[in-house]
Write a protein that binds this ligand. Structure first.
Ligand SMILES: [Fe+2]
Length: 289
């Protein structure tokens, strides 16, 4: 699907104007790790080989660069991410909001700085398509980020394997799950990157994915204390808007994301960096001397 064929929201120009006005109306937002929710979760996968036990995946999503998050903030955030002890980085879309050209260089510079021993893998979000998917894919290329849109890679450690798959944004109908499944090596634990969390309804039904990682919702930008959920749910994030879910046999994790859309309001809903530590469900490591 080309960028010309994508359905864009009405009044795009007005949204761009509002973004500019909002971003320039307040003093620069400074990065501080105190204002970030570093969410560390363990997720057990069936049949995960011992070589991937304690494997650490860091996910960043919904940066919305230029809408409240400025390039300096992102640069400092990336410096912080590089201090965390992780194996691999995943990126689940919406790097831009309604303005792109002014921020292309800044995103590329920050993404080039991102470091992970086993590499960086990403998919696109609906905003990336609205703004120009090729521009985002060019940044991926320049920053050594593997574009997992409707694609699969298989990671190997010793005799163990782990599939890492991705679907393109379903909001703009760029998802092609059939293509992913056709290329998915069987009988290997599999993680799916999907920008929109409610894609879990489709992906879980295939019984081919153990974990889906998503963003898109920003946690509704308001989380009800004690209930840890949000009443504010947009298209494709009505069922699984924030946190951990079990959908059929699949685990769904929805991050609160880093940026904000529309108003700069987050109540009980800090921007999030997620670190997922994979655990094997195998009970014993049998050592043969
Ligand atoms: Fe989104």
């Amino acid at each position: 699907m080309t960028d010309e064929e994508i359905d864009r929201p009405q009044a795009m120009k007005i949204r761009q104007g509002i973004q500019d006005a909002m971003t320039y109306s307040l003093p620069d937002k400074k990065f501080s790790e105190k204002n970030i929710d570093l969410v560390e979760i363990d997720i057990e996968l069936d049949n995960l080989g011992w070589n991937f036990h304690n494997y650490r995946i860091l996910n960043l999503t919904d940066i919305h660069l230029g809408q409240w998050i400025n390039p300096e903030y992102l640069d400092e955030l990336i410096d912080y991410v590089n201090t965390l002890n992780i194996d691999l980085i995943t990126l689940t879309g919406d790097y831009f909001s309604y303005v792109i050209d002014e921020y292309l260089d800044a995103l590329e510079k920050s993404f080039k700085k991102l470091k992970a021993p086993d590499g960086k893998y990403g998919v696109l979000g609906n905003h990336d398509h609205w703004m120009g998917s090729q521009k985002v894919r060019d940044i991926f290329n320049a920053s050594d980020i593997f574009d997992l849109s409707n694609d699969v890679v298989t990671l190997k450690k010793g005799e163990d394997s782990l599939n890492l798959a991705g679907v393109d944004s379903c909001t703009v109908c760029a998802d092609d799950l059939d293509k992913v499944i056709a290329n998915l090596p069987p009988n290997i634990p599999t993680i799916l990157l999907a920008h929109e969390p409610d894609f879990a309804k489709q992906s879980s039904q295939t019984n081919r994915f153990d974990l889906q990682i998503s963003g898109h919702s920003h946690g509704g930008q308001f989380i009800i204390p004690k209930f840890e959920t949000t009443p504010f749910r947009g298209p494709n994030s009505t069922k699984y808007p924030v946190g951990l879910y079990k959908v059929g046999n699949m685990t769904q994790y929805t991050s609160k994301g880093l940026g904000t859309n529309s108003f700069r309001i987050r109540i009980n809903c800090k921007p999030e960096i997620t670190v997922i530590t994979l655990k094997t469900s195998k009970k014993h490591k049998i050592l043969i001397e």
